[in-house]
Ligand binder design. Structure first.
Ligand code: SF4
Length: 367
């Protein structure tokens, strides 16, 4: 049997040590995972589990839930048990919730030392409890909650300040011989964030969780995250990612997955290669591309589908794809694996492409 060659990547992953978040491995040779965070009140168990189910269906690997109150902490055991993907409890301020989350069976706990008073005193006990339970941690340094000592030293949350904070907090755990943690150094400015992660990755082999904080509404947040993650992942930096959007969390997962697919860090699924249209177009390319995208939505078959507006570049591009259409004169030439298989009237293009995609999927044994 022929072994399928792995698609090229921009650079090899920078070696990091591997940890586990529940059943998902992070770091080392584990695939880069996609995370998101629920927006429900965690103590509303049904709503939270419902959202986790939606996130799981959209391809989320790991989910984080906020835990700001006793009621939320009390909900963690059921959520951790019933969630299909590992749950990370997100803890600020109150060390008691760190212990509650570890006991609840969460896959990991995110701690923000900048927000935990007298954090240094608690490290030994947290490390021991996590070690006993086989739970990993994330040290989540955040520009908005930087240690006041470092803010004073650097004047603001510079990359150097974020990295110094992270390295210091990591050393506290390492002094207790605890190594099962990943680190994030988030900032809302992609340039600061990229510099911080680059510097941090030079300082140790910790697995890194990438994130741009407060990235903004969907459009801006998508661009900021794609730019920042692209800059880092293309250098092999980053073991798990979370896109933060002021939008439903399933959108974050879609964006995160697409970033990884674009860089060949995750197998590509359906990919629509549509032309931008121009004065030569003989069909409404935007509408056609939207209809084809909507018609093929949810198909898991790894297909490149070309939607081209005219016959100038159309047939060439359509031939490069698994499936494609080149439009012209009110008709569409349908290509499968480089061969014109038929020409159909414009109003049958979408249904023909969908039927062909389903046929290819069936041939591949994919639903
Ligand atoms: Fe223009 Fe045709 Fe190229 Fe589309 S495929 S951009 S319509 S030349």
């Amino acid at each position: 049997p022929t072994v399928k060659e792995a698609p090229p990547v921009l650079s090899p992953r920078k070696p990091t040590r591997k940890i586990r978040v529940g059943q998902v491995e992070v770091g080392g040779d584990a695939p880069v995972s996609v995370q998101s965070m629920t927006t429900t009140k965690t103590h509303d168990i049904n709503a939270t589990l419902q959202q986790i189910a939606e996130l799981t269906a959209s391809g989320c690997d790991i989910v984080r839930v906020a835990c700001p109150t006793d009621k939320d902490a009390a909900a963690l055991p059921i959520i951790a048990k019933k969630s299909q993907i590992p749950v990370i409890a997100d803890i600020h301020f109150q060390p008691k919730y760190v212990f509650a989350a570890i006991e609840a069976g969460c896959g990991a706990v995110r701690v923000n030392p900048g927000n935990i008073r007298k954090f240094d005193d608690q490290v030994g006990a947290i490390a021991q409890a996590a070690k006993d339970a086989g739970v990993s941690l994330r040290i989540g340094v955040n520009a908005g909650s930087l240690d006041p000592r470092l803010l004073e030293k650097y004047g603001k949350a510079t990359p150097e300040a974020l990295v110094e904070s992270a390295v210091w907090e990591a050393s506290l755990f390492e002094e207790h011989d605890f190594h099962d943690f990943k680190i994030s150094v988030k900032h809302n400015d992609p340039v600061v964030m990229v510099r911080a992660y680059e510097m941090l990755s030079e300082r140790g082999d910790w697995p890194l969780h990438l994130g741009v904080t407060e990235a903004g509404p969907a459009f801006q947040g998508t661009i900021k995250s794609a730019t920042a993650f692209g800059a880092l992942l293309s250098q092999g930096i980053g073991d798990t990612i979370r896109v933060s959007l002021s939008a439903p969390p399933a959108e974050e997962v879609k964006v995160g997955s697409q970033i990884l697919e674009s860089l060949n860090l995750r197998p590509r699924k359906l990919e629509i290669v549509s032309c931008p249209s121009c004065g030569r177009a003989q069909v409404d390319v935007y509408e056609l591309a939207d209809s084809v995208t909507a018609g093929l939505e949810g198909m898991t078959v790894p297909l490149r589908v070309a939607v081209m507006g005219c016959v100038v570049n159309g047939p060439g591009e359509a031939r490069e794809a698994d499936l494609g259409v080149a439009s012209g004169n009110g008709k569409g030439q349908i290509f499968v694996k480089g061969e014109v298989i038929k020409t159909v009237p414009e109003d049958q293009i979408v249904e023909t492409l969908i039927a062909e995609a389903e046929r290819i999927a069936a041939d591949m044994g994919i639903e």
